[in-house]
Design a protein around this ligand. Sequence first.
Ligand code: FAD
Length: 339
Amino acid sequence: NERPPCCGGRSTFAPRTSSVSMKVIDHLKQAKKRTLFSFEILPPLKGKDIHSIYEGIDPLLEFKPSFINVTYHREEVIYKERGHGLLQKIRLRKRPGTIGICATIKTKYDIDTVPHLICGGFSREETEDALIELNFLGIDNVLALRGDAIKNESHFIPEREGHPFAVDLIRQAAGLNKGQYLHDEEMEAAPTDLCIGAACYPEKHPEALNLNVDVAYLKNKVDAGAEYLVTQMFFDNTKYFSFVEQCRAAGITVPIIPGLKPITTMRHIAFLPKTFRVDLPDAFAKELVKCKTNDAVKAVGVEWSIAQSKELMAKGAPCLHYYTMGKSDAVKQVVSSVF
Ligand code: FAD
């Protein structure tokens, strides 16, 4: 049951499926100059079943996504009133199941999946276990992230024995690809063969002192083993183009995949710029402020996203990666005009 070398051949344990797993970097290489299509989904809220995932994927299948990313959600801390002035602290994971969902999608649709893995909440041992699990499942991809601070903490606090930055997680995954397991002095360890991706921010990461500093840290992630990058959502293509130029000047040569999100609701207008610290260009903002209903916002947002996508494609973006945030109808409208 060994897989051929072109698709993760060093792994000796793969599930019995007809699918041949491919790395994101190989999809990009094979596409040559063609722009690929991919998208990101969220695991369903705890208590919902897997069909809500299929409902998000099915409408996008006709556009032949090269890969599907599945986000990872850290636990949240909530406090419950227990009477007599007592508050109970509860750790709650609202969207569990990232790795299982990836394996299920791969088996059901024969499409490559990219599980996100974060530093937050993971010790190095738990990270290693998760990476081994991916290898056993025949999933050859991982997007390695730090994760955000827990909601009621002011800054990111790594787990005891966990990683403080994404670069450390990337180093661990890259080490495993060389057969470097934790505490492996007495083991003859088989290497994994994971394609590692990382995040980047055309408008800088909110915590970074400035874009130059952020790009310098980004270079460390690539040097540590990230083979491609996916951007935070942005609405101004000029910011992506100049960011790519800045990365190239800094010696970052890997593909930089633009991440796109069609704005579709009044709520998006209120929270996306604030949450992701992204600016809306004047021409787009002027149209959005005129909107009085979600339908009006959606019409403007979809039109903007189509124009963004077409320009990125015309200028040779390697792949257009869409953030569905659990809703695929707007992404479908955009993609059907572009691909
Ligand atoms: P890092 O690369 O570690 O950077 C974090 C900050 O630290 C940056 O400001 C950077 O400049 C700085 N920095 C880096 N190295 C150093 C150093 N050595 N010393 C000092 N400062 C340093 N979050 C989730 O929880 N789950 C997800 O599934 C998820 N998916 C995402 C997908 C994409 C494409 C993107 C763009 C983001 C995603 N996020 C996700 C959000 C991400 O976890 C946050 O943006 C997080 O705050 C930073 O993650 P990072 O991997 O970019 O961190």
